[in-house]
Design a protein around this ligand. Structure first.
Ligand code: GAL
Length: 400
């Protein structure tokens, strides 16, 4: 009798243990489904510059070198903007007789190895662009489809540190296959190369790209317009839970400094992109940017929200008409908050600790990241008066 009881208890205990193990296993499966490409890159969102938003196809080696110089002399490089990324239109339309990509003789006569050496000598990193199809989107150069290993080796031999991989002129095969091939080719190339996937969010890449890419576009191309910025922010927000260190949602590059939006709109652009852990890739001409543009791009407090080691994407947590609150957790028990007025008149925006998942009884101090001032300790809620198309950005810090 006693031994039967012992046996039942043992079985019960065994069942409980199995249950716990099972639950942990389910959790592990969940995590591994979302496991990042383990090339060690992009532990925080990538920062740098890209030629496309301002120059489109008008790229050449001199302006790339001048851009590298300007990133250094402006101080942007030293606060994290490391990648100098050449977008579309850098290669000849035809490969050489061995099938290798050839830099365009008229615009990149010194070749990419030379440019990489120059960029590395400045303490920066070089990014390049190709496409998971037979041509790139400009149709002025070949894509890498069917040439993945060869092109990845070429990029590695030039000293390239980053590949943006576009989706034009593909043959209709799933991007899951086409992008996975290049991911593998880069891993086998003998060089650490950041993999930036650009399939425009067509096949919900957040659900599969973290295993093969360091970032993936969640939207079509951004335009230098308010409506484009708000729309890209909203489309990107759907995928917030999929981002993590090494694997980021990408609502496209920055338009700050390109002239199509007001200063307040550009400040909203930078604040939201930082909060949602988007890549911070400058898209203006840094050789001739205004002091105002430089001031926005070099707000270190906002950048440190983007580069926070916790790596959790902030999201839209509250919306009343045009008045929105976006927020997310940071390391050391802090919380980043953006009060965003998308309407056309000045308004007060309020957020309660309970909206933020914080203990209503706890006191916090709010650091205003654009005014660079810190509040007294506050309980319960935070309110800001925010101008049209403007935002206020805070970090709430626990106060004992
Ligand atoms: C688009 C891409 C842009 C830019 C352009 C170049 O597909 O989304 O960011 O790279 O191609 O042609």
């Amino acid at each position: 009798m006693a031994s039967r009881l012992t046996l039942s208890l043992a079985l019960l205990l065994f069942g409980v243990i199995i249950g716990i193990v099972d639950a942990r296993f389910v959790k592990d499966v969940h995590t591994s489904r979302r496991s990042a490409l383990e090339n060690g890159l992009g532990r925080t969102p990538q920062m740098g510059w890209n030629s496309w938003n301002h120059f489109q196809c008008n790229v050449n080696e001199q302006m790339i070198k001048e851009t590298a110089d300007a990133l250094v002399s402006s101080g942007l490089a030293s606060i994290g903007y490391k990648y100098v990324n050449i977008d579309d239109c850098w290669a000849e339309l035809n490969r050489d007789s061995q099938g290798n990509l050839v830099p365009k003789a008229s615009t990149f006569p010194s070749g990419m190895k030379n440019i990489a050496d120059y960029i590395h000598s400045k303490g920066l990193l070089l990014g390049i662009y190709s496409d998971a199809g037979s041509y790139t989107c400009s149709k002025t150069m070949p894509g890498s489809l069917g040439h993945e290993d060869q092109d990845a080796k070429t990029f590695a031999s030039w000293g390239v540190d980053y590949l943006k991989y576009d989706n034009c002129y593909n043959t209709g095969a799933s991007p899951k296959e086409r992008y996975a091939k290049m991911s593998k080719a880069l891993l086998n190339s003998g060089r650490s190369i950041f993999f930036s996937m650009c399939e425009w969010g067509q096949e919900d890449p957040a659900t599969w790209a973290p295993e093969i890419g360091n970032s993936w576009r969640t939207t079509g191309d951004i335009k230098d317009k308010w409506e484009s910025l708000t729309s890209n922010a909203d489309q990107n927000d759907r995928w917030a839970t999929y981002a993590r260190p090494g694997a980021w949602n990408d609502p496209d590059m920055l338009e700050i400094g390109n002239g199509g939006m007001t200063t307040d709109e550009y400040i909203s652009h930078f604040s939201i992109w930082a909060l949602v852990k988007a890549p911070l890739l400058i898209g203006c001409d840094v050789r001739s940017m205004s002091n105002e543009t430089l001031a926005i791009l070099s707000n270190k407090e906002v950048i440190s929200v983007n580069q926070d080691p916790l790596g959790r994407q902030g999201r839209k947590i509250k919306k009343e008409g045009d008045l929105e609150v976006w927020a997310g957790p940071l390391s050391r028990g802090r919380t980043a908050v953006v009060l965003w007025n998308r309407g056309s008149s000045q308004s007060a925006i309020n957020v309660a600790w309970s909206d933020l998942g914080l203990d209503p009884a706890k006191a916090f101090r709010a650091r205003d990241l654009w005014a660079h001032s810190t509040s007294h300790s506050m309980r319960g809620q935070l309110t800001g008066v925010v101008g049209p198309h403007a935002c206020k950005m805070y970090v709430l810090m626990p106060f004992n």
